[in-house]
Design a binder for this molecule. Structure first.
Ligand code: TXA
Ligand code: MG
Length: 359
């Protein structure tokens, strides 16, 4: 067990001495869990192969799954990666922001960090604490999401502490992340979204002046066989309790639940409005994610909401679908993964899934 130092830092006006204290751990080759605008990350000096090896170990992460390298300046990015000249101006304009670029790696970055690939994922986080930490460390920081492999990403310090106290040297507590979903990942060789996130496809189109490519992997409807995005091959967070995605008309769900006679054995996860309506009509338990009109709030509560399902001791969960515009696209990617692609629109389809589960 390590003696983990927890340092509280103001998310908007980071206290300089406290950031310096955390940065000292990074400089010394130790691990620091830190906030970003998306989720919390487990960070180490990206140029220190041994420190990065420890990240893989404590997460239980397969060595073929590369890390994202976080930078605080364009110059720092250029030391480790080749930023295509044609996109330089766009990147200067949009950085820092919740988007990660896949570009060609330079030799300086250890092979272990990029899992032996020719490319590296780089990102400049739009969180004052993350940016200050990188600046004061003076090195790029490699950081995957702060969760043991297969668990939901930590969107606040409390969960990061629960997961990793005693396993890392330092945890920065700056409250909750702003978005609650991991960054968008975009390959720059062909402007393709590998993972949708808070930097939306509409915003990519505006910034880059062209529509990014999107496929069923980005939609969360398929998993990549080959390693174009290594991450899409690996198992994603799904609760232990079976979870089904309802893609039909919200008003018809109460009827389906009634016909099934299953109100007491399920939990419904959805918008505040749908939860209220369904609880009233069927008496089922619900997990509210936020008002329908605020997809950012839904995004922020999503991982937490889904992970609550297992603590509710029911046979299965049903989750609502959301509008796929804006951040809704990333929300639906995570929901499809958490429900392992099991979606239904009527009683017959749901019954089939339940039969398979031995219900
Ligand atoms: O918001 C985020 O991106 C957070 C915070 C901490 O910055 N980080 C994060 O890291 O989500 P992680 O490791 O959980 O997800 C990184 C994803 C993985 O799916 C990985 O396979 C992919 O990025 N990735 C990393 N390097 C890559 C590369 N060279 N080519 C393709 N995909 C890559
Ligand atoms: Mg992750």
């Amino acid at each position: 067990m390590k003696d983990t130092k927890v340092i509280k830092i103001d998310p908007i006006k980071p206290e300089e001495d406290r950031v310096r204290e955390a940065a000292k751990y990074i400089k010394d080759g130790k691990l620091v869990i830190f906030p970003t605008e998306t989720i919390y990350g487990i960070g180490a000096n990206a140029l220190d192969e041994n420190a990065c090896k420890e990240i893989f170990r404590i997460k239980g992460r397969p060595s073929e799954n590369p890390l994202i390298v976080h930078v605080s300046s364009l110059a720092m990015a250029q030391e480790i990666a080749e930023i295509p000249g044609e996109y330089m101006n766009v990147i200067k304009r949009i950085w820092p922001s919740p988007i990660t670029f896949i570009v060609k790696a330079k030799d300086k970055i250890p092979k272990r960090v990029v899992a032996g690939l020719e490319t590296v994922a780089i990102r400049m986080p739009a969180h004052p604490v993350a940016l200050e930490l990188i600046k004061k460390s003076g090195v790029p920081i490699a950081a995957p999401s702060a969760n043991p492999s297969g668990k939901p990403s930590a969107t606040n310090a409390t969960l990061a502490i629960k997961y990793f106290k005693g396993k890392v040297d330092c945890i920065i507590d700056s409250g909750s992340s702003f978005f609650g979903l991991e960054s968008t990942i975009l390959t720059l060789d062909k402007l393709k979204i590998l993972r949708p996130g808070p930097f939306t496809r509409e915003e990519i189109e505006i910034a880059f002046g062209q529509k990014p490519f999107v496929d069923d992997v980005a939609r969360g409807k398929a998993s990549a066989k080959k390693s174009i995005s290594p991450g899409t091959k690996f198992k994603h967070y799904a609760p232990d309790t079976p979870l089904f995605l309802y893609n039909g008309d919200a008003k018809k769900l109460a009827g389906i639940i009634d016909d099934l006679g299953a109100a007491t054995s399920l939990v419904f996860i959805g918008s505040k409005e749908s939860c209220k309506g369904l609880a009233k009509a069927t008496g089922c338990s619900t997990i509210e994610l936020g008002p329908k009109a605020n997809l950012y709030e839904i995004a922020r509560n999503l991982f937490n909401g889904i992970s609550l399902l297992d603590s509710m001791k029911v046979d299965f969960g049903i989750i609502e679908s959301f509008d796929e515009r804006g951040i809704g696209f990333a929300i639906m990617n995570r929901i499809r993964k958490a429900s392992s692609g099991k979606s239904f629109g009527n009683l017959g389809q749901l019954s089939k899934y339940l039969e398979k589960e031995g219900y």
